[in-house]
Design a protein around this ligand. Structure first.
Ligand SMILES: CCCCCc1ccc(-c2ccc(S(=O)(=O)CCO)cc2)cc1/C=C\c1ccccn1
Length: 238
C-alpha cells in the first residue's frame, strides 16, 4: 500500500480525521440533535453553494465489543449489506491493500432528490494511543471520496456525492477481580463517528436535514446492534 499513488493522501486524511474526531464538541458550534441512551449526535448547519453539507459527529459508548471489532465490521465489504440500509448496490472496485479498498456504492434514492452514488477509498488502521492512561489502542476506519476514470462522476445515471467519514473507536477494559479472564462484560468501546456528505447536486435543504435527523440515529443504532450481535458468541478480537 505504501507505494500506491493514493497512499500519501490516505495517510494524511486518515490522521487528520483522527484528530478531528478527538476534538470535543464543546467548541465549534456543534448542536446536539439526537440522543438515545449513551448515543449523542451533533451537527453543524453548513451550506456550500446553497447545498446542505452539515457536518455530523456522533459519540457512543458500546459495552461488550472492542474497537477492533467495531472497525472490522464497519470496513468489511462482505457484511456491508447486512447493516448498511442506505446502500442499494456496493462494489469493491480496487484493492489497494488488505486494509485499504476503493468502494463504489449506489445509495437509496431520497425522494424528491435524484439518486446518488459514492466512490471512496476506505482505510482501516490501528493507532497506538500513548497519551491515554489505560493505554488502549485506537482503531479507525476512514472513508474519503476519490476519482477513478473507469467510473466517471458524470455517468448520467446518478449524482455523485463527495464524502469524508471516519469511525474512531477506543477500547476500555474494566479488569475483572482476582485476575480472572477478561469477558465481554468487562469491555466497553467508545465510538466517535464523523461524516461530511456533499450531496453533489442540488437537494432541498429541508428534505436533507429531515433525512439526516431521522436516518443517522437509526444508522448508528443499527450498525452497533449488528456488531454486538455478530460478536457475542465469538472470542474477543482485541
Ligand atoms: C440527496 C441525498 C443525499 C444523501 C445520499 C447519501 C449519500 C451518502 C450516504 C452515506 C452514508 C454512510 C456512509 S459510511 O458511513 O461511510 C458507510 C458506508 O456506506 C457513506 C455514505 C448516504 C446517503 C443517503 C441517505 C442517508 C444519509 C445519512 C444517513 C442515512 N441515510
Amino acid at each position: 500500500a505504501c507505494q500506491h499513488r493514493l497512499w500519501p493522501e490516505i495517510d494524511r486524511i486518515s490522521m487528520e480525521q483522527l484528530r478531528y474526531a478527538r476534538l470535543g464538541v464543546g467548541e465549534g458550534g456543534w448542536q446536539l440533535f439526537a440522543e438515545d441512551g449513551e448515543m449523542k449526535m451533533y451537527k453543524r448547519e453548513e451550506e456550500v453553494n446553497g447545498m446542505v453539507v452539515d457536518p455530523l459527529k456522533a459519540c457512543h459508548m458500546v459495552r461488550g465489543v472492542t474497537g477492533h471489532e467495531m472497525c472490522h465490521y464497519f470496513f468489511s465489504p462482505d457484511v456491508r449489506m447486512d447493516w448498511e440500509t442506505t446502500v442499494e448496490q456496493m462494489t469493491v472496485i480496487e484493492t489497494i491493500a488488505e486494509d485499504t479498498l476503493v468502494f463504489l456504492q449506489v445509495h437509496k434514492r431520497i425522494w424528491p432528490a435524484s439518486q446518488r452514488d459514492s466512490l471512496f477509498w476506505s482505510h482501516m488502521r490501528q493507532v497506538p494511543d500513548h497519551n491515554d492512561r489505560d493505554g488502549h489502542d485506537i482503531w479507525i476506519v476512514c472513508n474519503h471520496s476519490t476519482e477513478n476514470p473507469d467510473f466517471p462522476s458524470n455517468n448520467g445515471k446518478f449524482v455523485r456525492v463527495t464524502l469524508t467519514v471516519c469511525l474512531v473507536c477506543q477500547t476500555f477494559i474494566d479488569p475483572p477481580k482476582d485476575g480472572a479472564q477478561i469477558v465481554r462484560d468487562n469491555i466497553t468501546c467508545k465510538i466517535t463517528y464523523c461524516s461530511v456528505v456533499n450531496p453533489g447536486g442540488w437537494a432541498p435543504a429541508s428534505v436533507l436535514r429531515a433525512v439526516y435527523k431521522r436516518e443517522y440515529p437509526k444508522f448508528l443504532k443499527r450498525f452497533t446492534a449488528y456488531v454486538i450481535d455478530q460478536c457475542k458468541e465469538k472470542p474477543i478480537m482485541f
